[in-house]
Design a binder for this molecule. Structure first.
Ligand code: GDP
Length: 296
């Protein structure tokens, strides 16, 4: 249903990777996401980096990496089902003391199904009971054999608590990203995926997006599933107002007429009229479908 623009590769540039961290509950996904952010974003730069957010971009050796939080696996599947494959690389977090747990197994199958390169972050290596070899053995049994055991999965020992190993992990992400040769066109019409959305008092519908192609600017007319609008303001991941978001960058968009669903795709349009017409046509289509269901 989403029309693909004609692709002109002459404007392609390397785009930063978008990374998702998954893992069994309590294995340290949230702590790791927060630690990466706080260790890479200059304190003071981000008024409140203590606040957990759904997506952010950091720089490692002057190269950008965007991390996206998946609020529960349901949302992740939902995004996939809608065709919004935001993730380029999957990190599976396994606690070095606990090892593979039921949700780790689930995550392994999600990650494999995604077709993305996988990196295993063996977390809580600061603990005395940490056992990297146990984790490697358990993962190898599940067809996730470590590189140093002759397989093709990188295992990186980290501590989300102390920050140990995080640079290693980030370097590894950049290596995988290089192999992927991620490319996109910053001059194309904006295309961004919604990773979170809400209706905020005094601000109206707010959509947090990651830009997949093109550049999204204040003043752009956009359509997003059955919603549309003119981008009134953009706030970046540091909470600061910005004029635009480009490849793999993330921020919150104000100006839509309604709250779009997570996983929907925002696409730039030439005019507000065009955006409105497309959104209305889709809304009509949805209504017709629901009507035919209820009369069956
Ligand atoms: P999540 O459910 O995967 O998001 O896990 P959390 O990030 O909430 O972490 C679960 C618990 O493990 C919390 O009490 C964390 O403080 C603790 N934790 C997370 N990472 C580490 C680590 O590297 N070392 C230690 N010792 N504890 C950790």
């Amino acid at each position: 249903e989403y029309q693909e623009e004609e692709i002109d590769e002459s404007h392609f540039v390397t785009r930063p990777p978008v990374v998702t961290i998954m893992g069994h509950v309590d294995h340290g996904k949230t702590t790791l996401l927060d630690k990466i952010r706080s260790s890479k974003v200059a304190s003071g730069e981000a008024g409140g980096i203590t606040q957990h957010i759904s997506a952010y971009t950091i720089k490692q050796n002057n190269q950008k990496i965007t991390f996206v939080d998946t609020p529960g696996h349901a949302a992740f599947s939902e995004m996939r089902a809608r065709g919004a494959d935001v993730t380029d690389i999957v990190i599976i977090v396994v606690a070095a003391d606990d090892g593979v747990m039921p949700q780790t197994e689930e995550v392994i199958s999600h990650a494999k199904a995604s077709g993305c390169p996988i990196i295993v972050a063996v977390n809580k290596m600061d603990k005395e009971t940490a056992n990297m070899d146990m984790v490697k053995a358990q993962m190898a049994e599940r067809d996730m054999t470590p590189v140093d055991w002759g397989g093709d999965i990188e295992f990186i020992g980290v501590s989300a608590r102390t920050g140990m190993g995080i640079d290693d992990l980030l370097e590894n992400i950049l290596l995988q990203s290089e192999i992927l040769e991620l490319k996109a066109d910053p001059s194309a019409k904006a295309k961004a995926v919604v990773v979170e959305s809400s209706l905020e008092k005094g601000r109206g519908p707010v959509a947090t997006v990651i830009v997949q192609n093109g550049t999204l600017r204040v003043g752009d007319n956009v359509v997003c599933d059955t919603t549309y609008g003119r981008v009134k303001a953009i706030t970046n991941d540091l909470g600061k107002p910005v004029k635009e978001l480009t490849l793999s960058e993330t921020g919150s968009i104000l100006g839509l007429n309604e709250v779009p669903g997570a996983g929907t795709i925002m696409v730039g349009q030439d005019s507000e009229k065009e955006a409105r017409e497309i959104a209305n046509r889709r809304a009509e289509h949805v209504r017709a479908k629901e009507l035919s269901k209820s009369t069956k």
